[in-house]
Design a protein around this ligand. Structure first.
Ligand SMILES: [Zn+2]
Length: 83
């Protein structure tokens, strides 16, 4: 049968493990946060259209890609609308 002192020691041991685990969890969350931040920088946000105009091959500004994402530069999009 376990003595009271032994039980106390075991409880203290559990508390120390718990504290260590919380620290590790915080570290893990921080790493995930940093990773997600890096992913955002490396990969363009979803919903972006192609970087180049599918008609004339011109580079499409990122603001336009975010707004339309139809793969056309301003010039070609205007031509399309006029037709
Ligand atoms: Zn174009």
């Amino acid at each position: 049968m376990a003595k009271f002192a032994d039980v106390q020691k075991t409880m203290q041991g559990f508390q120390m493990i718990e504290k260590k685990t919380q620290g590790e969890q915080a570290e893990e969350q921080m790493n995930k946060f940093i990773e997600s931040g890096l992913n955002k920088i490396e990969k363009p946000p979803t919903g972006l259209g192609p970087a180049e105009c599918s008609r004339c091959g011109d580079e499409i500004p990122i603001a336009r890609r975010q707004a339309y994402g139809n793969g056309l530069c301003v010039y070609c999009a205007e031509l399309n609308e006029r037709r």
